[in-house]
Design a protein around this ligand. Structure first.
Ligand code: SF4
Length: 336
C-alpha cells in the first residue's frame, strides 16, 4: 500500500464511487486488458449511462456495443443482471457480496471488487494479477485453477487484506501485479518486496504461478455460405446460449454437401462451377476453428423466403453485431 500511487493508472471509474461504472469495468476487464477496454467502456457508458437504461435496451443493441471485446456471455449476463436489478422492488443495486453473487455473470472476484471499492467491505479480490503476486511472493505451487488452489489462495488473501482500507489494498495488489510483478519480465530489480520474495530468492519466477494442464483445443470445422446479390445478403442470428451466442453470422453448415442441399432446397440454386472458398483460421479459448466461406453471388435475392435467415442490405451490415470470425471474413471480402 505504501508503494501504490493511484494516479499512476488513472481510470475513469476509479474517481467516482459509481457502482454501475465499477461493475461494468470489472466485467469488461475479466478477459480484456485495460487499454483495450477503455474505448469500449466510454462508448458503453455514453449509450447506457446507468443500470436502468441498460435494462431497457434490447440484447442486440447491447451486443453491438460489446462487439469486438469477445466473450459475449459477459454482455448477455450484464444485460440480464441489469434487468433483474430494475425489477427489484426499489430498483436499487445489491448491497452485500452474497446478493451480488446471485446475479448472472458475477462471481466471487467481481463481487469482492465491487463491494470493497464502493462500500469498503473487507472482501479480498483474487484476479490473475493477485494469484501471480501471492504465488510468487509466498512460493506457492498449488495450481491456481483447481478448487484446492482457489481455497488456499482465497484463505491467504482474506488473511492479508487490510481491514482499515480494503479498497486501496485490493487496488494496490492488483496494480502491483499488472505493472511490477508482471507475467513476463517482472520488475524484480525495483520491486519493493524483492528481499522477501520466495520466487525471487529461489529462482522460481518463471515456474509460478502453476496451472494444471489444459486439455487440447477441440477442432471445429464450419462451412459458411455468403449468398448475396449486389445489394443484399443473408444473415443468421446464433442461438443465445453457447459460442458467439446472440451474434450474427452467415448461414453455417457442417460441410459443403449440407450447404449445397440447403441452397437447392431453399432457392433452387446450384453452386456455380467449382468455387474456391476463403479459408479462415480462428482460435477461441477452447476451440481451434477452420472455416471455409463460399461467396455465391446471384442476380436477385430480394423476396427470398427463408425461415431462419434474415435478408439484410449490405449497407446495413455494420449495424449488426458480427462475431470475430465473420469480421475477419468481411474484412477479406471487402478488400478484394
Ligand atoms: S521480486 Fe519479482 S517476482 Fe517477487 S514479487 Fe517482486 S516483482 Fe514479483
Amino acid at each position: 500500500m505504501d508503494w501504490y500511487e493511484p494516479e499512476d493508472r488513472p481510470m475513469p471509474w476509479k474517481e467516482s464511487k459509481n457502482i454501475y461504472h465499477i461493475w461494468l469495468s470489472e466485467i469488461m476487464l475479466q478477459q480484456t486488458r485495460v487499454d483495450q477496454m477503455l474505448p469500449y467502456f466510454e462508448r458503453f457508458v455514453d449509450r447506457f449511462p446507468d443500470v436502468y437504461s441498460l435494462a431497457e435496451a434490447g440484447e442486440d443493441e447491447v451486443l453491438k456495443y460489446w462487439e469486438g471485446l469477445g466473450y459475449y456471455s459477459r454482455a448477455r449476463n450484464l444485460h440480464k443482471a441489469a434487468g433483474l436489478i430494475a425489477e427489484r422492488a426499489e430498483g436499487d443495486v445489491p448491497r452485500h457480496i452474497e446478493e451480488w453473487m446471485e446475479l448472472p455473470g458475477v462471481g466471487p472476484y467481481t463481487a469482492a471488487a465491487i463491494t470493497s471499492f464502493v462500500y469498503g467491505d473487507p472482501n479480498a479480490v483474487l484476479d490473475g494479477n493477485v494469484f501471480r503476486v501471492l504465488a510468487r511472493f509466498f512460493g506457492l505451487d498449488v495450481p491456481i485453477d483447481t478448487s484446492q488452489g482457489k481455497k488456499v489462495f482465497s484463505k491467504l488473501a482474506d488473511q492479508l487484506i487490510c481491514q482499515n482500507d480494503p479498497a486501496i489494498y485490493n487496488q494496490a495488489i492488483m496494480d502491483f501485479g499488472a505493472t511490477v510483478c508482471k507475467p513476463a519480465n517482472p520488475l524484480c530489480e525495483t520491486c519493493p518486496v524483492s528481499e522477501q520474495c520466495v520466487a525471487r530468492l529461489g529462482n522460481l519466477i518463471a515456474e509460478l504461478p502453476v496451472k494444471s494442464r489444459r486439455p487440447n483445443k477441440k477442432k471445429w470445422k464450419i462451412t459458411y455460405c455468403h449468398l448475396h446479390d449486389h445489394q443484399n445478403l443473408l444473415l443468421v442470428r446464433r442461438p443465445s446460449e453457447g459460442v458467439w451466442g446472440g451474434l450474427y453470422e452467415l448461414p453455417a453448415f457442417s460441410g459443403k454437401g449440407e450447404m449445397v442441399n440447403w441452397m437447392w432446397d431453399n432457392f433452387q440454386l446450384k453452386l456455380p462451377g467449382s468455387p474456391v472458398p476463403v479459408h479462415i483460421r480462428h482460435e477461441l479459448t477452447h476451440r481451434r476453428i477452420e472455416a471455409e466461406v463460399f461467396s455465391v453471388r446471384v442476380e436477385k435475392l430480394k423476396g427470398v423466403k427463408t425461415e431462419s435467415c434474415l435478408l439484410v442490405s449490405s449497407k446495413k451490415l455494420p449495424k449488426f453485431a458480427l462475431h470475430s470470425l465473420m469480421k475477419k471474413y468481411f474484412a477479406i471480402f471487402t478488400s478484394d
